[in-house]
Design a protein around this ligand. Structure first.
Ligand code: ADP
Length: 437
């Protein structure tokens, strides 16, 4: 990358939309929706030290702020905001998970509220919205309650998440517990009436002192109406769904050119640290197709066994035409058992770091097409690989695009797909490699 100072956007015109994502798979999920809407999108890993040296309509700064302390999450997000503003962003989008989770441990009630309020203060705005609705992935919000498929959030697999369990489906209540200022609801009866009614309701909520409105949305049509109605807000906070209506606000139309990536090279591998219900099925599917897989046991890691070396030795002789899988994915009972022995945080970090070193080792051994399953796991892998930014390409499943990165120090090309735990059909791993061939 040429050494350009932070504010030097000369020749590149500046970005239109600036996005801050609280985890890495979430960032690609958001970028994916913007690319599908015709925006050229660059995703950066953390806050860059330099100005963007490529033409882009939007930049997504991927943070790993979902599971850190609120103070740390706020500091990271404000640094991202500052960089995005310097790059020319006219609107800011704070992206969190479509299951609205962030670290919650009794004392710490989540990071979405503190980050939202800090961004509002920094942008000098007194109103924003919050909606994790993502109908393409069966996340809908009605009367302020989040549904995952046909069940309420608190009855979904999210109630057992290893790091961020969600046991309340009422988002107004969840967010209010994280906020200093009043949280309200912009409900479906208003959304269904269209842009003018939404604008009017926002005026009423503001007059009542509401600072953040949880917004109902059941379909992409709702999100498109909302996109238009919210064009004038300096800050939007949402899952990735709300993004589908935004490119049009900047006079950008969908175009296949936005998602073109270079041709893929190298061996194919999957590294999975997600224990979500969907990933468990995907790992089962991969193994039952007769493909090679190596399981990582957190208890062996804790006992000091060099599991990373074992996994890489195992992979070394197997890399070839077929993809292989290294995974720590287990069901809820096994996660709870490991956490009881090691502590949830310690188990999570140990496994993430091991998988990240394995991902790095695999790329050093010639893997050029890498899938990482799990949000936190993806964050650890991308950091270990030293990836600073990625061009976002075509979608394999809703919220899951292939990306392209150049790995330092020799700018080695890598296609990488970061899959959020809950996303994708059972055969997503094979479908993804097929899409690159
Ligand atoms: P998801 O996208 O499904 O939420 P994440 O990677 O964000 O996946 O989170 C999964 C967490 O569970 C990570 O911190 C990971 O290290 C941890 N983990 C993975 N495998 C195990 C295991 N076998 N036992 C305990 N924790 C695990």
């Amino acid at each position: 990358m040429r050494d350009r100072n932070l504010a030097d956007t000369s020749g590149y015109g500046g970005i239109k939309l600036g996005c801050i994502a609280d985890d890495f798979t979430g960032a690609t999920d958001l970028a994916n929706n913007l690319v599908r809407g015709g925006m050229r999108v660059v995703q950066t890993i953390g806050v860059p030290r330099q100005a963007l040296d490529t033409q882009a309509d939007a930049a997504v700064v991927a943070l790993k702020s979902r599971t850190v302390s609120p103070g740390e999450a706020v500091a990271q997000s404000l640094a991202a905001l500052q960089w995005l503003k310097v790059q020319g962003a006219r609107q800011i989008y704070f992206k969190y998970c479509s299951t609205f989770d962030s670290v919650y441990n009794g004392e710490q009630r989540g990071n979405i509220g503190p980050v939202t309020e800090a961004l509002m203060d920094a942008l000098g705005t007194d109103f924003t919205v919050a909606t994790p609705a993502f109908p393409d992935n069966a996340r809908t919000v009605f009367k302020g309650h989040l549904f995952v498929g046909d069940v309420l959030l608190a009855e979904s697999g999210m109630r057992n998440h290893p790091l961020t369990p969600m046991t309340d489906s009422n988002l107004v209540r969840v967010l209010q517990a994280q906020c200093k200022h009043p949280v309200g609801l912009l409900d479906y009866s208003v959304v269904a009436q269209g842009e003018a009614a939404i604008g009017q309701r926002i005026g009423q909520l503001r007059a009542q002192g509401v600072r953040i409105a949880v917004v109902d949305a059941l379909s992409n049509a709702d999100l498109l109406v909302l996109g238009r109605a919210l064009a004038g807000l300096p800050l939007l906070t949402a899952g990735s769904g709300l993004a589908i209506g935004l490119p049009a606000n900047f006079s950008i139309a969908a175009s296949p050119c936005a998602s073109v990536l270079p041709a893929a090279r190298g061996f194919a591998a999957v590294v999975s640290g997600s224990c979500s219900v969907a990933t468990n099925e995907q790992v089962r599917h991969f193994i039952s197709a007769g493909l090679s897989a190596f399981a990582i046991d957190p208890l062996q890691l804790a006992a000091g066994v060099d599991v990373v070396a074992k996994a890489l030795d195992w992979a070394g002789s197997r890399l070839g035409p077929q993809p292989l899988l290294v995974y720590s994915t287990v069901d809820t009972v096994a996660v709870k058992a490991a956490q009881a022995r090691m502590g949830a945080q310690a188990a999570g970090e140990l496994v993430e770091q091991a998988l990240a070193r394995i991902a790095k080792g695999l790329v050093e051994r010639g893997v050029g097409q890498l899938i990482v399953a799990g949000g936190e796991t993806s964050g650890a892998c991308v950091q270990a690989l030293g990836i600073e930014r990625m061009q976002v390409g075509m979608q394999v499943a809703p919220g899951v695009p292939w990306c392209h990165a150049l790995i330092a120090p020799h700018a080695k090309p890598l296609h990488i797909l970061l899959k959020s735990g809950n996303f994708g059909a059972d055969d997503i791993f094979s479908q993804a490699f097929k899409a690159l061939s």
